[in-house]
Design a protein around this ligand. Structure first.
Ligand code: ADP
Length: 379
């Protein structure tokens, strides 16, 4: 008995069945009690009416009539009760299964996900139209969304570990190579060797800083202090900071700003970082003699800030990918120049955290690139 109770407790289908049976049992008890209570008086009332109509009914006949009526009544009651009981049990079993099966499927899927099978999904019942789904259907949809999200996070985590290891390995291998050469006496211990080692350590340091920034922006842990800021001032500050480097490389840097630009709602330091990143890239990927133009204009409730260069350009197949972390169009060229492919990912997160968008356009390799991001006008 205790084992049976334990079994029922652990299975939803049995719990539902038992609860249906209790409801059926209570119904039967109420029906029998009602018949027992009302039937004799109702019969007597009808017999009395019959007696008036038929002039006389002997007590023995009345007694006999009552007994036979009761017997017939009990027989039909028992028959209908058994039929009702069987039909109710079958119906409740079918209904319980319909409720329990999706729950069981979800339970099995969640167990598979817990074991690390992140591609597991729950089959949706019948219709996929959200308006026609019951609570269990909606639960299945939410479950699948959660599983997709988990799978995405897991893939990102795996890729990130692989990418970070890969990025760290290159400068570390170079440093190790130099140090081994120094120890073996094959590389001279002169200033240029130490400068190269120093350069590689700087790359490592920059990479670690970028990774830290990336992890902060991706987790949304970065603190923002937005306030109304002047776009003209923002652009002029960034241009002033990099003008020397542009001059050194022989790339012309110019701005084109309308007289009246509304203030934007942004964190000055973070958006300054985005602009410096775009200008830094424009400088890096534009050969000497090229031009870089920074412009801005209002479009409705947004201000569009654009950095256009006449540099190496980006082919159409790479354009949608350059905002993905660690993505570099030309891995060897970027590595040589110290790029880790994180800058644009950080920029995208920062712009999106302001409620803006960022995108790149290019007519193709050798035809320059245009990067645009939007910021909301401060109301
Ligand atoms: P990186 O540190 O490598 O520059 P980013 O995330 O800033 O990383 O850029 C990703 C890739 O996008 C770069 O490696 C480069 O291939 C491409 N890219 C970015 N800006 C430009 C540009 N102005 N012109 C051409 N290619 C660019």
């Amino acid at each position: 008995m205790i084992r049976a109770v334990h079994y029922v407790r652990r299975h939803l289908v049995w719990k539902l069945l038992v609860s249906y049976l209790i409801v059926i049992l209570v119904g039967i008890i109420v029906l029998i009690s009602a018949v027992e209570y009302f039937m004799p008086s109702a019969f007597e009332r009808h017999l009395a009416a019959m007696a008036t109509a038929m002039q006389t009914v002997s007590p023995a006949l009345a007694e006999d009539l009552f007994t036979n009526f009761r017997r017939a009544m009990n027989e039909s009651l028992i028959f209908s009760l058994v039929a009702a009981f069987l039909v109710a049990v079958i119906a409740s079993t079918v209904i319980s299964r319909r409720i329990v099966m999706p729950v069981r499927r979800m339970m099995m899927a969640s167990q598979r996900i817990a074991e690390g099978h992140y591609h597991e999904r729950v089959e949706l019942p019948g219709t996929h139209d959200p308006d026609n789904l019951d609570e269990l259907g909606c639960l299945a949809i939410s479950f699948n969304q959660m599983a997709t999200q988990l799978e995405r996070i897991e893939t990102t985590r795996r890729e990130l570990i692989g990418d970070v290891a890969h990025e760290l390995r290159t400068p570390l291998t170079t440093i190790k190579g130099y140090l081994e050469g120094l120890m073996d006496g094959v590389i001279p211990a002169d200033i240029s060797t130490f400068q190269r080692i120093y350069h590689e350590t700087e790359r490592l340091q920059r990479l670690i800083q970028d990774l830290q920034d990336l992890s902060r922006v991706e987790s949304g842990a970065i603190e923002m202090h937005p306030q109304p800021i002047s776009v003209t001032q923002l652009i002029n500050t960034a241009v002033a900071r990099l003008s020397h480097q542009f001059e050194e490389k022989g790339v012309q840097l110019a701005t084109s700003l309308p007289e009246h630009l509304p203030a934007v709602w942004a964190d000055e330091a973070r958006i300054g970082q985005v602009l410096l990143n775009l200008l830094g890239n424009a400088l890096q990927y534009t050969p000497p003699g090229g031009h870089v133009l920074v412009s801005a204009q209002q479009r409705g409730a947004e201000v569009h800030i654009t950095v256009t260069d006449t540099g190496i350009g980006i082919s159409a197949e790479h354009l949608p990918l350059i905002f993905t972390r660690f993505y570099r169009v030309d891995r060897s060229r970027s590595r040589a120049s110290g790029g880790s492919g994180i800058g644009l990912t950080i920029a995208r997160h920062l712009v999106e955290a302001h409620g803006g968008r960022i995108w790149a356009e290019s007519a193709g390799p050798g035809k320059g690139s245009t990067f645009t991001f939007t910021l909301p006008v401060a109301s």
